[in-house]
Design a protein around this ligand. Structure first.
Ligand SMILES: Nc1ncnc2c1ncn2[C@@H]1O[C@H](COP(=O)(O)OP(=O)(O)OP(=O)(O)O)[C@@H](O)[C@H]1O
Ligand SMILES: [Mg+2]
Length: 254
């Protein structure tokens, strides 16, 4: 088995008769930041959801850290894992969505503590200490007692990132983490993500922020209509795309 953190081989996914992923291949090395861009409906979110088995794939293989996602392979056949086994796999993968989905009745610290306490049975005092550290790391050391309604969108998204980090994931998936934010709040969230990247976190980031992709991304993947059209060094793909579809997309967003 390779040492890739993520390896997708010919991943296919259909909803009913509509094939949304038509054979996606992708590899992400440990510590790599891979940015995915592409038009609406190209399958970016679906692909991310397949990586932590929120969606079941119809064909192909997906590995995270060398382990097949969602299935066990035995005698050349695939057997779907039980819910409990899928949940255990998912614990190693942090996911941050466009909408933060914080628990409204819990403070920032309580939101960050929740999964370690409930899922990992970490003692509350220890979990709280760690939550405060993580909130400091995302620049919210002074907001630990605030409820989500008392935080800006950018602050809420940073709590959501701290919450994902609390489970000590080996991989972080971001699905347009800044697209629901007012423009002046985008930078603070991207700064936190940049810090994570510098600390060596493996990240897959679906984004429209081409500046971020260029500066922080190690690779840029352009998806269209359920396939990877091209991928490579972000600067190369952004300035000198090889494919017509990439050129046409970039000319609309850059
Ligand atoms: N649960 C579902 N049931 C049926 N169709 C779905 C489902 N989820 C996604 N799709 C369809 O799959 C296609 C890809 O959707 P997906 O959300 O992955 O695209 P995307 O690249 O993330 O787009 P966007 O940039 O708008 O977020 C779309 O045509 C969408 O309508
Ligand atoms: Mg999407």
């Amino acid at each position: 088995m390779s040492s890739d953190m993520v390896k997708a081989e010919a991943v296919h996914k259909s909803f009913g008769h509509v094939e949304v992923l038509k054979g996606v291949d992708m590899t992400v090395a440990p510590g790599e930041v891979s940015c995915i861009v592409g038009p609406s409906g190209s399958g970016k979110s679906t692909f991310l959801r397949c990586i932590n088995h929120l969606e079941k794939i119809n064909a192909g293989r997906l590995y995270v850290d060398g382990t097949l996602v969602g299935y066990r392979e035995s005698g050349g056949k695939l057997y779907e894992l039980r819910d409990r086994e899928v949940a255990a796999q998912r614990r190693d993968i942090g996911m941050v969505f466009q909408r933060f989905n914080l628990f409204p009745h819990m403070t920032a610290a309580e939101n960050v503590m929740e999964a370690p306490v409930q899922v990992k049975k970490v003692p509350r005092a220890k979990a709280r200490e760690r939550a405060v550290e993580l909130l400091e790391r995302v620049g919210l050391g002074d907001k630990t007692g605030n409820y989500p309604s008392q935080l800006s969108g950018g602050q809420q998204q940073r709590v959501a990132i701290a919450r994902a980090l609390a489970m000590e994931p080996k991989l972080m998936l971001f699905d347009e983490p800044t697209s629901a934010l007012d423009p002046e709040l985008v930078g603070e969230v991207l700064d936190v993500m940049r810090g994570l990247a510098e600390d060596g976190m493996t990240m897959i980031v679906v984004t429209h922020e081409m500046g971020f992709a260029r500066e922080v991304g190690d690779s840029l993947v352009f998806m269209d209509q359920g396939v990877v059209v091209e991928s490579g060094d972000p600067r190369q793909v952004l300035t000198d795309p090889r494919h017509e579809r990439t050129k046409s997309f970039l000319s609309k967003v850059l």
